[in-house]
Write a new protein. Sequence first.
Length: 460
Amino acid sequence: MKKLAQQWYLVMVFGFPGFAGLVFALCGENSIIAIHDNLDLFIPQYQMMKNTGTFFSQGAEVPFLGGISRDVLPAEFSLYTLLYMIFPAYEAYVAGYLLKVIIGLVSCILLAKELLGAKYEAYKPLVWLLGLAYGALNVFPNFGICFASIPLVVWLLCKICREPKIRWYVMLFLYPFLSYFSYFGLFILGYMAVFFLWTWTRAVYLKKKGGARQGDKKLPLRVFLAICVLAAGCIVWEYRLFRVMLFGDEVTIRSVMEAGSFTFGEIVRTIGEVFAKGMFHAESAHTYLVLPVCSLYFFVLNIQYFREGNIRGIFHDLYNLLILALVFNSVVYGIYYWEGFRSLVEALSARYPEAELIAVGTNAMATANMMKGGCAQGATGENAVVCNAREADVIVGPIGIIMANAMLGEVTPRMAEAVASSSARILLIPMNRCSAQVMGLENKKLGDYIREAADRLEDL
């Protein structure tokens, strides 16, 4: 009993996944599960690949959004993806959630042992509880394991820097099996590249000063090799993604999103919102739990540095560096929208300043973007499309506006009927997002089609 009292934290650590598993087992598919937008997206993709036998197929088409290539769906060599190949959907979801908690816990423990060294035992209860909290954070189900395993890749990098053995490089090569390149791997490699530049610059500086040790000279090479190994692992484990990106001619939704643009004030507000609310639909947990706790520790930590007169320690403290990384991520997210707005509306308003342009979008963001391009009026939603389609002289838009349930379901059957039945002249722009391909068209960029539509208006 005395030993159990000393290890009280283990009751919570092992009790949480045990209790969660018990609830899932007792309630079964009647469990109440909060639906994330991509929970509706990825699980049908997995189920379709499983039902059609295209999970490992090459050159196959999956009956999703009217039929898409298997290569643009999640890679098969991924732990979370394989769960849906092996188990029914509900059991795979539960297994993915419990694995997320366990991987998050183990990753944090390994990293804490590496960083704290002999002090680990003194902080052991706190480390285990924080590891549990990190693993249990509410994130996208499909990216939960990826998120939970981030401390694991940091631990591997620490091991490589301190004792570069082959087994650490092998584990780093295998790491993408737990991760996802587009959302995590790219940023991990980016931070590793920054770390390489820092170690290389430091080594050069110490060499000139004459104070460089043998380890300082070899550290940049170890980090560079780690970057190469992890990049190679990403390419191997997600070979479909890289094959499409490097050798395919598929135009992605991102090419359409390039038209988005925020003002400076909107960018600043976006940076603040991302830092305060976080991402992955865990706003409440981030805003009211994670952020206050981390902020409180941040102030306590740095006030202590000030009291001790150790100002330099502020800039060398690992926690402060992590906070700086979070700020950097938020800034990058906001600056992503700082681009010149190029759209169909700009092309039309510049060519025909006398025309009355009305922006009608399926969502508020689409309408706002068109308004920025020069439209005098704007409206959003199904009724706006139906009413304005009756009065318009010319309708210009993507081909999906005449297809029910196109544009990821944003075009309703009533919208498509209103546009297709309109007496207006209709100019349609082919876009892959609409899941329809028109044979015989030249392979042009979206901007070229927009300019062609503007030119065609002169003939009407």
